[in-house]
Write a protein of this length. Structure first.
Lengths: 280, 280
DNA sequence: CACGAACAATACCCGTACGGTATCGCCGCC
DNA sequence: GGCGGCGATACCGTACGGGTATTGTTCGTG
């Protein structure tokens, strides 16, 4: 069977598309890396890379393996972390969620769970957009609150907790601030208040007119300054200040808060937490 | 990072709870296996097994790693298989489902998909209960038709296709065969016609009065012989012969047929197939 | 209580293969 | 045509994975 070392090497080469740089990244010399990849190809009986003297490119099979190998490596990391945490019998649960989102639901959940006689300590990790997902995948978190359709729940077990409409947040005093509702088309047409750009998982930002934002603090400030508007779940209203106005956007997709956990590692504590959450 | 070899070794020991037998299973001698496990424990900084001269038992951390390691090893197998299949550019899709179940839906799906201009060959694998799930997990299949709540869809992406009530199948001429409906309690009370026992994933059978069955052929024959009854989705009626009677069981859980695929490996062919299925 | 069986750990040895250095061969490009 | 960049090849040392033999410990058992 393929070893994780080989997969690590392959991922490095496939991402760099350059044996030299990949070797550097792996803190090793280039020749052994070349050989390791050749060996991997021989063992699989598959050509993974096309090499010319000028460029390295992935074959069809290579890009399949790249996707799969990333999954495997994340699973290995998760296995190590979960094992270590199980041994460090600090019997806590790590819950990850986006900073700012679902705060009311979260505090109700934590309160309700604390009342459970066999509750253990819950460590809450507040992170940026998209991060809870990867924390859950690589074993740094045991359970997460995610928000469909923005977060992908692929590969997790989930329970729906709450669904809500979205609203657009405008600077107080904006001409449209008193409208009873708006459509997404109207929101997109606000060229004076462009929607912000959130980072992608790799840290880069999509192109567009709006300002780059990393968290809700930045966002609310930008809205106050009249540089942006934002479409967000209604419950986030609690985070806002007086100088913001909100207008419902009925045709924006409803946001469902779900509690998610890795399907295999269903510890008692996670199961209790999930049960508590579904009974809120 | 932990190597898959170490995980394979650990799984063998954790399952056998005996270094000698585990070594035998791995086709190696016992001492290197002992050392490998020690090394794994050192690298993780965690005690995985309690050994006395008389018995080997898993620690808490050990049983966590056992679960995680199985997941990792399946993911590695899947990665290898998918890569090989991507290279063997026989651009087919493998669809797994329980033999006998959903046959009408399956043939409609295959017909509809074949009409798609960019359809590729679909290889259908009919298997026993519980198997489609593991085929999907270890990369032998690309997509599967599963049946909730009997099959676990944990860790897959799914789309619901069809929900139906269940019926109890009795030998024709049974005193209750003309009842308009029955409850699960009444079905369970049929001591002359016990429900059959299906194999678990490891191949063993649960205890109980009913006969052991492996497939629907066995089951229908046993029902004909008056040795068993069975609760199954209504659509399976098409598989039955005249000497069977069916009675609806409204309080049995409804069965939902879903199409499932591994969340990461979403090839175009699988996506097309899923889209076709949801539009049936 | 002593002996033996069972079993994991230790000691020791060997071969493979992994990683390093040096070099080659191939291909673009000034 | 020579030079530079890059992956492959050649060659070497060592570390580690695996094998055999043995020890040590702990139960049963006569």
């Amino acid at each position: 069977m393929v070893e994780t070392r080989e997969l690590r090497y392959f991922v490095a080469v496939a991402e760099e598309l350059h044996f030299g740089r990949a070797a550097q990244r792996l803190a090793m010399a280039q020749p052994p890396l070349s050989r390791a990849i050749q060996q991997l190809e021989r063992r699989l009986g598959v050509v993974l890379l096309h090499r010319t003297a000028r460029a390295v490119t992935l074959t069809e099979a290579g890009s399949v393996l790249l996707r799969e190998a990333r999954v495997v490596l994340e699973a290995v990391e998760a296995a190590e972390r979960r094992t270590r945490r199980a041994a460090a019998d600090r019997p806590g649960v790590v819950l990850a969620t986006k900073a700012g989102a679902s705060s009311e639901l979260l505090s109700k959940l934590l309160d309700a769970y604390a009342a459970d006689p066999c509750a253990v300590a819950v460590e809450v990790v507040l992170c940026g957009p998209g991060e809870p997902e990867s924390l859950l995948r690589n074993g740094r978190a045991d359970v997460a609150l995610l928000h469909r359709p923005y977060d992908s729940t692929a590969g997790f077990d989930t329970e729906d907790l709450h669904t809500e409409q979205q609203v657009v947040v405008l600077p107080a005093g904006h001409p449209l601030a008193n409208r009873p509702h708006m459509s997404m088309a109207e929101v997109n047409a606000l060229t004076d208040l462009p929607l912000p750009r959130w980072p992608r998982r790799d840290g880069s930002y999509p192109d567009g007119p709006g300002p780059q934002v990393r968290d809700y603090t930045q966002l609310t400030q930008l809205i106050t300054l009249g540089r942006a508007c934002a479409v967000m779940p209604e419950s986030l209203r609690a985070q806002l200040r007086d100088d913001h106005a909100i207008v419902p956007v009925p045709d924006a997709p409803a946001v469902t808060t779900v509690i998610a956990w890795p399907p295999h590692s269903r510890s008692k504590a996670v199961a209790d937490l999930v049960r508590t959450a579904t009974r809120l």
